[in-house]
Design a protein around this ligand. Structure first.
Ligand code: PLP
Length: 464
């Protein structure tokens, strides 16, 4: 399987090269040349597979430049760090199914991709005798999951910028208490956008990027999307037998279009009629909901909500969907993305019918999020985190009689304890692994939102 850029400027490259490239050198995003189709009998034969076995079956169809035995071992290593035997168990609450994606080391769904990504980087770097310096900015969850994925790996140094004093105390501790020598936390005096802008600027400095072999772990990396395709398929296979024969709908809380795009790929792979509706759920930052409902993709101001990991106004993975929406025409994608960069908006009303065939979308207010958390606690004794509640609320509004609905649970409620406690009026205990980090020593550099200062720091601490 070879990979192409959404903007048409990259010669077809094999998987591992696409993985190392991250963002396409032409500024586009990388995608497989074709989406492999799974026929019905193969799909049915996957019924009894464990999560890891299924991950191998799915991923190996996109990865043909790593020997099967090595890929299997990497997948195995990635998911043994999860505390639940099933990795992503389904919980059934009456007729709503909750797919718990938060049993990894940092209690959010990003572990599912980033545990694998860490091992994959390590494998490629050893194979090719290379080193890499990973650079990223985080509003909380990505940073800790990325750090957990690469800590202690000899051929990788990781530099993660977060906005100083603007992430939750637990999120900060999760990152800064990792004191392995290859981990560098930088707290930037400024907002997440300031930190993100610096990272983009540094990546844009091609000489610097090449000299220090900078690598990316954000969801522009195809391997992250690929790892997330697996649990959509896994849950289709693990519904109760009377529901399994029906097409399954998914409700996906999203901000960056990453998780919902993984669902879109899963739908394309599986036999016709396996996946029904892909419900795209956003918080008050509704750019993606406006896009699906009105064909209006225009950047607004970022609003702070109780689901901060979705407080995003420009979804990086959106470009991948645009490529399919435009019938895989890279010239049109390039043109549109350049226009979006300049004008901050795209008018896609002419494509509305097509978009609505792919997605249904809902934007969920803070009040509804709180209400949903309270309702599920009172009626089911089940505690939703605010991100998950966004998807669950959307699902209650849009589910159809007789069609099974799976809601993706993207974080453990304790990770966003303050908002959850307010909604259910009850103190939440922290899981042991989170409790133990509160008093651990931490290491972090506090720096100005100054590109030069940060580049100097990277220069001093990068793997040569
Ligand atoms: C990152 C994140 C999301 C959104 O993921 P997308 O990549 O934007 O789809 C949702 N919930 C939690 C808890 C997250 O950390």
């Amino acid at each position: 399987m070879h990979y192409l850029s959404t903007r048409g400027g990259v010669e077809p490259i094999p998987f591992t090269e696409a993985m190392m490239m991250g963002l396409g050198v032409d500024g586009g995003l990388l995608l497989p040349r074709a989406i492999p189709r799974i026929n019905r009998s193969t799909f049915e034969s996957w019924q009894e597979l464990s999560y890891g076995q299924l991950a191998f079956e799915v991923m190996s169809r996109f990865i043909d430049d790593i020997p099967a035995a090595d890929l299997k071992e990497m997948i195995h290593a990635s998911y043994t760090s999860f505390t639940h035997q099933e990795v992503t168990p389904l919980v059934h609450l009456d007729d709503m199914h909750i797919l718990e994606l938060f049993h990894g080391p940092t209690f959010a769904f990003k572990d599912i991709a980033l545990q694998f990504l860490g091992n994959l980087f390590d494998y490629i770097l050893n194979r090719d005798d290379l080193t890499i310096n990973i650079l990223g900015a985080t509003s909380g969850d990505t940073g800790s999951a990325a750090i957990a994925g690469v800590r202690g790996k000899e051929r990788i140094n990781i530099f993660i910028l977060h906005p100083h004093n603007r992430i939750s105390p637990i999120q900060e501790k999760q990152m800064t208490t990792v004191t392995d020598a290859n981990v560098f936390n930088i707290a930037v005096r400024g907002t997440f956008d300031d930190a993100q802008a610096i990272v983009k600027d540094v990546f844009g400095d091609i000489d610097f990027k090449t000299e220090y072999r900078l690598g990316a772990v954000n969801s522009i990396n195809w391997a992250r999307v690929l790892a997330q395709v697996v649990y959509f398929i896994y849950s289709c296979l693990h519904l109760s037998s009377h529901e399994k024969d029906r097409a399954t709908s998914f409700s996906v809380p999203t901000g960056n279009f990453g998780d919902i795009f993984a669902g879109f790929i899963a739908k394309k792979m599986l036999p016709e009629g396996s996946i029904n509706t892909l419900l795209l759920a956003t918080n008050a930052n509704d750019i993606l909901a406006r896009f699906v409902n009105e064909g209006d993709y225009s950047r607004g101001r970022v609003i702070a909500t109780s689901s901060p990991s979705m407080d995003i106004q420009a979804a990086s993975n959106f470009e991948r969907y645009l490529y399919y929406l435009y019938d895989r025409d890279p010239a049109r994608v390039k043109d549109s993305m350049e226009r979006f960069k300049q004008e901050g908006k795209l008018d896609l009303t002419s494509e509305l019918d097509k978009i609505k065939r792919d997605f249904t979308a809902v934007s969920v207010s803070e009040g509804k999020i709180r209400e949903t958390i309270a309702t599920y606690y009172n009626q089911h004794n089940y505690i939703l985190d605010p991100h998950t509640a966004v998807g669950v609320y959307a699902a209650t509004k849009h589910r159809k009689q007789g069609i099974p609905m799976v809601c993706l649970a993207t974080a453990h409620p304790a990770k966003f304890r303050e908002s959850v406690q307010m909604a259910i009026d009850k103190q939440l205990d922290l899981p042991k692994a989170l409790r133990s980090i509160i008093n651990k020593p931490s290491r972090c550099e506090v720096m100005n939102a100054d590109k030069k200062e940060i580049m100097t720091f990277i220069t001093k601490n990068a793997l040569k």
